[in-house]
Each structure stands twice: as structure tokens, then as C-alpha cells.
Ligand binder design. Structure first.
Ligand code: FES
Ligand SMILES: [Fe+2]
Length: 347
């Protein structure tokens, strides 16, 4: 499977990268992340050019990483800054580096050989909004990132997979609006006239009132999804609206594994620790306990075509299908324009 290389991926939440060594395998490359003494984050190849010892088994010495095996040191530019076996540093020992950029408390990493374009970083500014409260986490998954994108572009699955906390009596085969805007895909499900889902009910003026609920996902290349779940009370504007904006950013690790970074930023009960716990419970049960096991189970489904049923499509697939088609096209276009060196690096 080819990946889109000239794209920003989430390497970590900001708070995960500090004065220690964090290793993540991203697009099949072992990457080492650390924070310099000036606060800047650096990302370099995690393999020591001497014996390929993983550098995350070493330690930070000032702004250099000291290999835990024989003590060579490398700084954030990939340069060898110290070789204990000779006085001069070894000019040939140069590690690959990656462009990183911290924005909205996300550490973005650019994995391609092309020039990193900051304008292409997906917007997740709800994460740093003072009018929202964010609960977040991450998890490594044994499944292709493409399966998880599919899951997140069709939020109607919440009615069944997350029924205890997220089902609504307004679900009746919802109309799904899908549109492409530039390189992004929007997918919206709307459920008018039903009881609000469990997470929001007790925060409404009348928990038993009929409300309209809207579930929207926005995909940005290569694998970032912003979503918004809104509950509208009233027939005419101005509505009372409560809900969450979510970040669901999937970073391919290998062809069959990925990192899932998830966050929910609510616009109500900002100082209520009990509501924080509700969201942690939701993330533990719905994301860790339902989405991830379901998608990993699909990954493990037999690949023997002789035993597979004929595949069918439903209308709720539209957002995921368009996303998949656009991503395929982008990958193909990149493959055609890559020079042979880059093609080799991507296989
Ligand atoms: S393997 Fe790193 S210094 Fe020897
Ligand atoms: Fe889900």
C-alpha cells in the first residue's frame, strides 16, 4: 500500500513530547521525537547509523540524543555532535530529519520529500479555544488507517455500535449530505425531532424535549477528520446549541496498523469535572471499547475471495467512498510525479 507522503500527519499531542525520547513508527519509518531546551520539537530518524540501535533506547544530553549502545550523539538537525571514540565528530554520520510544526496542541510531521506547506495543516483550532473544554487521548490500532477513515466519515454507525450512549429515536435511515470542498470532504447526517443522545441530554433546558441532532465530519488529506456533533433546541434561530467538536486524526504506522488521536471539545459545563469523566468514559467505551475492536476485527476478516460475500453499499457510505476516491487519486498523482529515489523510499 502506498501512502500520501507529501502531507502533514499527527505525530503526537503536544504534551507527549518533552525532555524524553518518544518513538513512533509513521509510514513505516521509525521516527524519534524530542523537545530541545529552547522548547522546539525535533524529529529525526530513530536508527543509529553505527549498528542501527534504536536511539530511543538512549538519552538526551542537552539538545543531542546519545545512542544507548556506544554513545554517538546526534542533534535535531541529524548531525553527529559527539563521537566518544575520536576527537572530531563524524561528518558522514547524518540522520534523516523531518519537518515538524506545533499547532493547536498537535505535533504535525511532514513525511515527504516535497517542501512542507504550512497552509495544508488541517484546522483543529477548537483544541485551543478558551470557550471549549477538551478531553483527549490516543491509541495504537492493528488496522489500516483507511478502515478507520471509513468509520469516521460515516457517523451513522453510532446509532448501532454506540447505541447505549449515542442512539436517538429520530434515526430513520438518515439523509446523508456529502460534498467536496477543495481537497476536503464534508459528510453530514441530520436527525430532526428526537430525544437527544445520552451524553447531551441532562445539559439541555428540557432533557425530554425533541431536538434536532447533526453529525458532521470533515476529512482533510491525508488522514485528518474534524467532526461536530450538535444538538439544536427550537424551531427557529437563535437555537440553543450544545455539542462537541472533535479531532479524530489517524496516522498510518504500517500498512496494517495506525495511531488514532482522538479529542472531544465541548462548549458546555466547562468547569465540571464530572462531565470530564463522562467524556473519558465515552472515549473508553465507544472509541477504545467499540470502534477500535470493530475496525480491528474487519482488518482480520478473511482475505480469501472464495469465501467472501458479494460486497454491497449503503447510502451512509457516501462520505467514506468519496474520501477514499480522492485519497487514491492524490496518492496516484504523487506516485507519478515522484522521482525514482522517492518511489523507492515509499515501498
Ligand atoms: S549503535 Fe549507536 S553508537 Fe553504536
Ligand atoms: Fe464510532
Amino acid at each position: 500500500m502506498a501512502f500520501l507522503r507529501n502531507s502533514w500527519y499527527c505525530a503526537a499531542w503536544s504534551e507527549e513530547v518533552g525532555r524524553s525520547l518518544l518513538q513512533r513508527t509513521i509510514l513505516n519509518e521509525s521516527v524519534l521525537l524530542f523537545r530541545q531546551t529552547d522548547g522546539a520539537i525535533k524529529a529525526i530518524c530513530n536508527l543509529c547509523p553505527h549498528k542501527l540501535a534504536p536511539l530511543n533506547l538512549g538519552e538526551l544530553v542537552g539538545d543531542s540524543v546519545q545512542c544507548g549502545y556506544h554513545g554517538l550523539q546526534f542533534d535535531g538537525s541529524g548531525r553527529c555532535t559527539h563521537n566518544p571514540y575520536r576527537r572530531e565528530t563524524d561528518a558522514d554520520a547524518k540522520l534523516k530529519t523531518y519537518a515538524v510544526h506545533e499547532q493547536d496542541s498537535i505535533v504535525w510531521i511532514w513525511m515527504g520529500a516535497g517542501t512542507p506547506d504550512l497552509a495544508k495543516i488541517p484546522c483543529h483550532d477548537h483544541l485551543s479555544s478558551p470557550s471549549r473544554r477538551t478531553i483527549r487521548g490516543n491509541e495504537r490500532m492493528e488496522a489500516s488507517y483507511r478502515l478507520m477513515l471509513d468509520n469516521l466519515m460515516d457517523l451513522s454507525h453510532a446509532q448501532f455500535l454506540h447505541k447505549v450512549m449515542s442512539a436517538t429515536d429520530a434515526f430513520d435511515g438518515p439523509r446523508n449530505q456529502v460534498r467536496q470542498q477543495g481537497d476536503s470532504v464534508w459528510s453530514t447526517f441530520r436527525y430532526p425531532f428526537g430525544k437527544a443522545q445520552y451524553l447531551f441530554r441532562r445539559h439541555l433546558p428540557d432533557p425530554d424535549a425533541d431536538v434536532t441532532q447533526e453529525l458532521t465530519s470533515r476529512w482533510d488529506p491525508a488522514s485528518s477528520i474534524f467532526n461536530e456533533i450538535s444538538v439544536f433546541v427550537g424551531d427557529e434561530p437563535p437555537f440553543t446549541t450544545i455539542g462537541t467538536r472533535g479531532s479524530h486524526i489517524i496516522t498510518p504506522s504500517t500498512e496494517t496498523s495506525c495511531w488514532y488521536f482522538f479529542a472531544a471539545s465541548r462548549n458546555y459545563a466547562l468547569d465540571d469535572a464530572a462531565v470530564d469523566d463522562e467524556f473519558r468514559t465515552w472515549q473508553a467505551s465507544a472509541i477504545r471499547g467499540q470502534d477500535i475492536p470493530m475496525v480491528e476485527a474487519i482488518q482480520r476478516a478473511p482475505s480469501d475471495f472464495a469465501v467472501l460475500p458479494s460486497r454491497i453499499a449503503i447510502s451512509a457510505d457516501a462520505g467514506g467512498t468519496l474520501t477514499s476516491r480522492l485519497l487514491d487519486r492524490m496518492i496516484e498523482a504523487e506516485q507519478e510525479s515522484l522521482d525514482p529515489q522517492d518511489v523507492l523510499a515509499s515501498v
